[in-house]
Design a protein around this ligand. Structure first.
Ligand code: ADP
Length: 433
C-alpha cells in the first residue's frame, strides 16, 4: 500500500508536565510529524523521550502546551473518534467475559443491540479468540488477554490504531505471532484499520512493521531522524535486506544514545546511570569473552538478554568508571577494565572506590560529606532534584548508595536518614587528583 493523504499531523508541538515537586518537565519540544493514510509509522528512541506523550496527543487524550495536532486538516478537539489505542497492559475487567470486555469501546460509542453483537463477534474472530467469548480473563493466558485488548480496539473498526508497546509484556513466540497478525489486520480491508502508529523499543519490531521509523532523542524529546523502510510486506525477518535495515536503525539509535556518554566538561555534573554493580561487572566479564574485548551495543544487549536502553545505561556506567570506551558504535574494554577484572574482590573494591571518587556526582557528594562526615538524605535528594530534574531522585540516590556501599566509600543509615562517609582518608585527595 502506498501512503495516501495526510491523516494526522503534529505541528511544532511542545508538551510540558508539572512535577509533584513543582518543577516543569518538558517532555516534547517543537515536534513536527505527519502520518498519512495507509502508513505504518514506528516511534523509537530511549525511554522517556516523549513517544507515549506524542501518541496520547494524537489520540486526543491530552492537548499540547504549544503547537497544534490536526486530524485531516482539522485541529483536534477532544478524543479522536477515528482512533483506538492498544496499550502494553490491558485493564481487562475480571468480572466481565471476553465478549463483554471487547464490547466496552462500543458501549462508550453508543453502539448497541445487534450491531454491537456483530462487531464483537467480528473482532473476536479477527484476533482468533472464537470459542472464548464467554471465558473470563483469569482463564486466559497473557497472549490471549492481549488479543482481547486488540479485539476491544478493533471492534470499533478504527481508521487509526495507536499502539503503545503492545507486545511489551508478552513472551517472544506470542509476540512474533501477534505482530504478524497485526500486519495482516492492517492489510485486510475488512478490518477498517488503515493506519498504524506504534511505539516500540524493539528495533526488529519497528523494521518488521513500519514503513517509516521515527527516531526520537531526549531531554527534551524531539525527532532526531526519520528512516524510510520500503521492504515489501509480509517481511522476512531472516532475509539479508531485513537484517541490513535492522543494522541501519541500530546505527542511528547508537548515535542517538552514545553521545551522552562523551566525557562531560569538568564543571558539568553527570548523573551516574541507575545500574547495578553486577550489571557493570557482567558486561566487563562478557567483553572479556569476545574477540579483542569489544562489540556493538545491540549485540551485547542481545548476548546478555537485556533491552537496548538498559544495555546503553550499563555501558555509560562502565564508561564513567573508565572501564570501557565507546569509539564509533563499538564498546571497547579498556586496559583499566581488563585490570579490574583480573583483581580479587578487595582489590576490585579499592579500584572501584578510586574511580567513583573521580566521577563528578560522587565527587560532589564527597565534597558535601567532607565537612561533617554525614549528610541528611533530604539534603542530597534536594540536590539531586535540582541538578537532575528528569531523573527520579530516590532511584538515583539508591544507586549511589549501592555503589558507595560496594566500594566501601559511603554508608547509609536508614533510621537516621543520613548518608555517611566511610573512614577512607584517600577520598578527598582522589577527588582533587
Ligand atoms: P517514552 O514513551 O518515550 O518513554 P513518555 O512520553 O512516557 O516517554 O514520557 C516522557 C517524559 O514525560 C518522561 O520523563 C515522563 O516521566 C514524563 N511524563 C509523561 N507523562 C507525564 C505526566 N502525566 N506527568 C508528569 N510527567 C510525565
Amino acid at each position: 500500500m502506498t501512503p495516501g493523504s495526510l491523516l494526522l499531523e503534529a505541528q511544532h508541538v511542545t508538551q510540558r508536565f508539572r512535577l509533584p515537586n513543582g518543577q516543569v518537565l518538558e517532555a516534547l519540544r517543537d515536534v513536527s510529524l505527519a502520518v498519512h493514510e495507509h502508513e505504518v509509522v514506528a516511534l523509537v528512541g530511549p525511554s522517556g523521550c516523549g513517544k507515549s506523550t506524542l501518541l496520547r496527543l494524537f489520540a486526543g487524550l491530552a492537548r499540547p502546551a504549544e503547537g497544534t495536532v490536526l486530524y485531516r486538516g482539522q485541529r483536534l478537539d477532544g478524543v479522536l473518534g477515528a482512533a483506538a489505542m492498544v496499550f502494553q497492559s490491558f485493564a481487562l475487567l475480571p468480572w466481565l467475559t471476553v465478549a463483554e470486555n471487547v464490547a466496552m469501546g462500543l458501549e462508550a460509542r453508543g453502539v448497541d443491540g445487534a450491531a454491537r453483537r456483530d462487531a464483537v463477534a467480528r473482532a473476536v474472530n479477527l484476533v482468533g479468540l472464537d470459542g472464548f467469548e464467554q471465558a473470563y480473563p483469569k482463564e486466559l493466558s497473557g497472549g490471549m488477554k492481549q488479543r482481547v485488548g486488540f479485539a476491544r480496539a478493533l471492534a470499533v473498526a478504527p481508521e487509526i490504531l495507536l499502539m503503545d508497546e503492545p507486545f511489551g509484556a508478552l513472551d517472544p513466540l506470542t509476540t512474533e505471532n501477534l505482530r504478524s497478525q497485526v500486519v495482516d489486520l492492517w492489510r485486510d480491508p475488512a478490518t477498517g484499520v488503515n493506519t498504524l502508529v506504534i511505539v516500540t523499543h524493539s528495533v526488529e519490531e519497528a523494521v518488521f512493521l513500519a514503513g517509516r521509523i521515527v527516531v526520537f532523542g531526549s531531554n527534551p524529546g524531539h525527532v532526531r531522524e526519520e528512516l524510510e523502510n520500503s521492504l515489501p510486506y509480509p517481511r522476512q525477518e531472516r532475509s539479508p535486506e531485513f537484517e541490513a535495515m535492522v543494522d541501519r536503525l541500530h546505527a542511528i539509535l547508537t548515535a542517538t544514545l552514545l553521545p551522552e556518554t562523551a566525557p562531560a566538561a569538568p564543571q558539568r555534573l553527570v548523573p551516574f546511570p541507575r545500574v547495578h554493580v553486577s550489571e557493570v561487572t557482567g558486561l566487563l566479564d562478557h567483553l572479556l569473552t569476545r574477540p579483542d574485548g569489544k562489540g556493538p551495543v545491540f549485540e551485547l544487549a542481545e548476548d546478555l538478554g537485556v533491552d537496548y536502553d538498559r544495555m546503553s545505561a550499563v555501558v555509560r556506567g562502565a564508561e564513567q568508571l573508565g572501564w570501557v570506551n565507546t569509539p564509533g558504535e563499538i564498546v571497547q574494554l579498556t586496559q583499566a577494565g581488563r585490570d579490574v577484572m583480573a583483581m580479587d574482590d578487595d582489590a576490585r573494591k579499592d579500584a572501584t572506590r578510586t574511580r567513583l571518587a573521580k566521577q563528578p556526582l560522587f565527587g560532589r557528594l564527597l565534597a558535601m560529606l567532607k565537612e561533617e562526615g554525614t549528610v541528611e538524605d533530604e539534603e542530597v535528594l534536594a540536590d539531586l532534584t535540582i541538578y537532575f530534574p528528569f531523573i527520579p531522585a530516590q532511584s538515583l540516590f539508591d544507586t549511589i548508595i549501592e555503589w558507595g556501599r560496594y566500594a566501601e566509600l559511603l554508608d547509609h543509615d536508614a533510621d537516621a536518614a543520613r548518608l555517611a562517609l566511610l573512614g577512607w582518608e584517600g577520598a578527598a585527595e582522589a577527588r582533587v587528583e
